[in-house]
Design a protein around this ligand. Structure first.
Ligand SMILES: [Zn+2]
Length: 354
């Protein structure tokens, strides 16, 4: 029994979506997954600029830290503000104090004329995809930890996927990619089969029709929210990790959700399985095992108890021996100031979207 754990790891995040809460609603009701992307998320990421990227990341990182999450694997896209965007996110995470592995999501969905297009595998690689690839390379060569990001196979040409795979081999780092999240991307398995490696991070895999090498990032809340179906991660041989897909970074909450989704599918499911998915995040951030989080519940390290105890709060966080949160309050930054700056940028973001 303990009120302590190591730092939590969020293995798939989109810090750029921290300001999405309260954004203008879609002009028409989305009828499928592609329309959710077109009418909501692709409008948001197209409106991002450097100040919005920085403060969105700072707010998301602050909320993560206050939830006991000390390490984040982020997947970023800002198609009209690509160059240098990963440095801004790294700076924001460093200011807050959370560990990070960043990636820029390469995609061919923006034509060279700047309009959204349907991508055919046989199309030529776009300029925007090339620039996204360069951002991944530039950032990786600064020596900070990263992966090569890809939005998803269905918005990329074969030429782009080949270049991504080549860059990841050249840099010796994995690829962070959404895989078969919805039926629209159901042929991801056949397109990625010849490229995927053990160091790839395959996000969602809800409709993946075959085994691919790499980790699977399971995001139960996001999958429910987007109505894409249940991923059944327990039925795969891959090592599974847990992410939030941009909806905060409260990993105990995501653990509980992953357990009840598992139970809904299999009444004999044990929370030990979901707890292991949470622990697998340390394969990416072994140093987070030395971070210390104190919780408001004395049995937080017991999966069977925590699975049935909503509302456990993070009280203290110590990273690298430094106290960063004490009694639920950040020690070295002013949360009200971060919220105020983020709120200014949210107003700018919403104006740019409308
Ligand atoms: Zn995602």
């Amino acid at each position: 029994m303990s009120a302590h754990t190591p730092g939590m790891v969020c293995s798939h995040h989109h810090l750029y979506s921290s300001l999405a809460r309260g954004m203008p609603g879609p002009t028409s009701t989305p009828n499928n997954f592609t329309e959710i992307l077109q009418n909501i998320w692709w409008k948001l990421d197209a409106a991002l600029d450097p100040d919005i990227v920085y403060w969105s990341a700072a707010l998301g990182a602050a909320e993560a830290l206050l939830a006991g999450t000390t390490a984040i694997i982020d997947h970023h896209e800002s198609p009209f503000s690509i160059e240098g965007s990963l440095d801004l996110i790294a700076d924001a995470c460093d200011f807050i104090g959370v560990r990070h592995i960043l990636a820029y999501g390469v995609t061919d969905r923006w034509s060279d004329q700047g309009s959204l297009v349907t991508v055919l595998p046989s199309d030529a690689m776009t300029d925007a995809a090339y620039r996204g690839l360069e951002e991944n390379k530039r950032y990786a060569l600064t020596g900070r930890r990263s992966m090569v990001g890809v939005h998803a196979a269905f918005t990329c040409t074969d030429e782009t996927l080949e270049n991504v795979s080549e860059l990841s081999r050249e840099l010796g780092i994995g690829v962070h990619i959404h895989v078969a999240e919805a039926l629209e991307d159901a042929d991801a398995g056949s397109r990625l089969e010849k490229f995927a490696h053990d160091n790839w991070l395959l996000v969602h895999a809800v409709h993946l029709d075959r085994a691919l090498p790499g980790f699977i990032a399971h995001n139960p809340r996001s999958n429910v929210n987007n109505s894409v179906g249940y991923a059944r991660p327990a039925q795969r041989d891959s090592t599974v990790v847990l992410g939030t897909d941009g909806i905060g970074a409260d990993m105990l909450e995501e653990f509980r959700l992953s357990f009840v989704r598992h139970r809904e599918d299999d009444r004999n499911a044990s929370p030990d399985v979901s707890w292991q998915w949470l622990q697998n995040g340390y394969l990416f951030f072994p140093e987070a095992l030395n971070d210390k989080v104190t919780w408001s519940y004395d049995y937080v390290d017991d999966p069977w108890k925590t699975a049935f105890t909503p509302g456990i709060r993070c009280l203290d966080v110590v990273i690298d021996g430094q106290p960063l949160v004490h009694n639920g309050v950040p020690v070295h930054f002013d949360l009200d100031e971060v919220r105020a700056k983020a709120s200014e940028q949210a107003a700018r973001l919403f104006a740019r979207m409308s």
